[in-house]
Design a protein around this ligand. Structure first.
Ligand code: NDP
Length: 477
């Protein structure tokens, strides 16, 4: 049986379908999923156009009730759906369950936003004139998401879009249709009217330009690679659609001489190798001051040796497989490049665990410089490099010397060093005595420079992208 797309209130199979394969066990096919073509993508946009005004006309409380119900179901089913997510994407069971729980919290948060109905009431410079600044939906939103957080990222785009009265056409990454399908199923059964949320699974190459370039699309929210992000931006802006991009990072984690080493090593392991290193907030550059460098590397190497790579859903596993063969090849290519540039590569070998899967040992690159390729480009795998620096000044300069700017962290027991770093960091999110990864759902998420474009995602700031302000002047005459 093929799991169908959802267009205009109907589950429809497409002209094509693909098997969804478990990266922990390539012999395990999760299911067949439909792949939409351009005609179906256009039909989804048309359905969203037809549904949007009616959806926006509902009281915010009615939209809130539906979202709250969906969020509640995600929370109640987080074990089951988290297991399915781990089977599909390859993050550990603990990480999979936590992600579904997070998706539930996100959807519930935005249910609340639907009734908070933000606006302002102000006086005018003219006597007897009053001003109301209200927010209205933008219209039809294309949501295009990556494979690495197959529930949480779609949730943090779709939930605020719907809460504020927009209709959505959702295209998940081709690698993770099952998680997307389950999320849409939950939202639909919570009571969304037909056409308000449409699911078009399929290849970004084939339908991406329709979802970004169709003139009926008012806004595009995208997370993924920098190169695809650029293309999405051009296509959306060519017809005046607003666009929001999240595109990765090369996040520095500074470790100063005075840091608590136990906490630092634990934070570096989590930041660098959590989710198999496949997250835009990964701590991929460990910037370590000279006096603590050797001891830190020794302790981190020992901690790396303790990581148990295995089937994502096995209870003993602490790091799951790489998501697919292409990503694995990319990770290995970067390890070769790092070695050729003079890094000492600790780990990073292919692992044969008996079942066919994309297993890679976590890798530490020691003795790298910040101008090495591996410190300029996003690897997106379990690969962290160590850069030795003299002091805090050099550490901050190295941390900021990147074309990205998503997140940055520091481990130190010095309040003044932490404060200086927090003020001088050029990243959009800054962590003190915490890994660069690990963010909350109720505050803004986003970076600067090459990491992000457009208004912030998540928290209350999400409304800036999904609403348009209207300024009304009223005279009592
Ligand atoms: P992509 O940027 O190619 O994919 C992200 C999303 O965009 C997917 O849904 C994809 O669809 C879609 N897409 C692809 N082409 C187009 C297009 N022309 N127009 C509109 N949408 C399109 O990233 P990948 O998933 O292929 O991963 C490649 C690399 O990107 C990774 O190795 C990593 O470096 C980086 N990445 C960064 C992420 C982040 O959060 N910063 C997340 C994921 C990846 P489809 O899946 O069908 O190709």
């Amino acid at each position: 049986m093929v799991n169908a797309n959802y267009i205009g209130g109907q589950w429809l199979t497409g002209p094509d379908a693909r098997p969804d394969v478990n990266p922990s066990d390539l012999g395990d096919v999760i299911g067949e999923f439909a792949r939409a073509d351009a005609t179906q993508a256009e039909a989804a946009i048309a359905a969203a156009v037809d549904a949007q005004k009616g959806w926006a006309a509902l009281p915010g409380a009615a939209r809130a009730e539906i979202l709250d119900r969906a969020g509640g179901e995600l929370l109640a089913r987080c074990e089951e759906l988290g297991d399915a997510l781990s089977r599909e994407e390859g993050k550990t069971l603990t990480e999979g369950v936590a992600e579904v729980r997070r998706a539930g919290q996100i959807v519930k948060f935005h249910a609340g936003e639907a009734v908070r109905n933000p606006g302002e009431f102000l006086g005018s410079v003219r006597a007897d004139v009053e001003i109301v600044v209200s927010r209205e939906p933008v219209g039809v939103v294309s949501v295009i998401t990556p494979w690495n957080f197959p529930m949480a990222i779609p949730a943090w785009k779709i939930a605020p879009a719907l809460a504020h009265g927009n209709a959505v056409v959702f295209k998940p990454a081709d690698l993770v249709p099952s998680s997307a399908w389950s999320l849409v199923d939950v939202l639909i059964r919570a009571g969304l009217p037909e056409g308000v949320l449409n699911l078009v699974m399929g290849s970004g190459r084939e339908i991406g330009d329709v979802l970004t370039g169709d003139e009926r699309v008012d806004a595009v929210s995208f997370t993924g690679s920098t190169s695809t992000g650029r293309r999405v931006r051009e296509s959306a802006q060519s017809h005046g659609a607003r666009v929001q991009l999240e595109m990765g990072g090369k996040n520095p984690l500074i470790i100063l001489d005075d840091a608590d080493l136990d906490a630092t090593v634990a934070g570096a392991v989590e930041g660098s190798f959590g989710s198999t290193g496949q997250r835009c907030t990964a701590s991929s550059r460990l910037v370590v001051t000279d006096r603590i460098h050797d001891e830190f590397v020794q302790r981190l190497t020992a901690a790396r040796n303790e990581i148990i790579v295995g089937d994502a859903r096995h209870p003993d596993t602490t790091m799951g497989p790489v998501v697919d063969a292409d990503q694995l090849a990319q990770d290995r290519r970067y390890l070769d490049v790092a070695a050729a540039e003079g890094a000492e590569v600790v780990g990073g070998e292919l692992l044969d665990l008996g079942t066919p899967g994309h297993y890679l040992a976590p890798a530490l690159l020691v003795g790298t410089r910040n101008d090495h390729v591996v410190n300029r480009e996003e690897v997106f795998g379990p690969v962290a490099s160590v850069i030795r620096v003299n002091d805090l000044d050099e550490a901050i300069a190295v941390a900021n010397d990147t074309e990205f700017g998503l997140t940055a962290g520091i481990y130190t027991t010095s309040l003044s060093a932490a404060t200086r770093f927090r003020r001088q960091s050029t990243a959009g999110m800054v962590m003190v005595n915490l890994p660069t990864a690990g963010v909350d759902y109720h505050v803004p998420f986003g970076g600067r420079r090459g990491s992000s474009f457009g208004p912030r995602e998540q928290g209350r700031d999400a409304r800036d992208f999904y609403t348009s302000t209207k300024t009304s002047y009223v005279s009592g005459m």
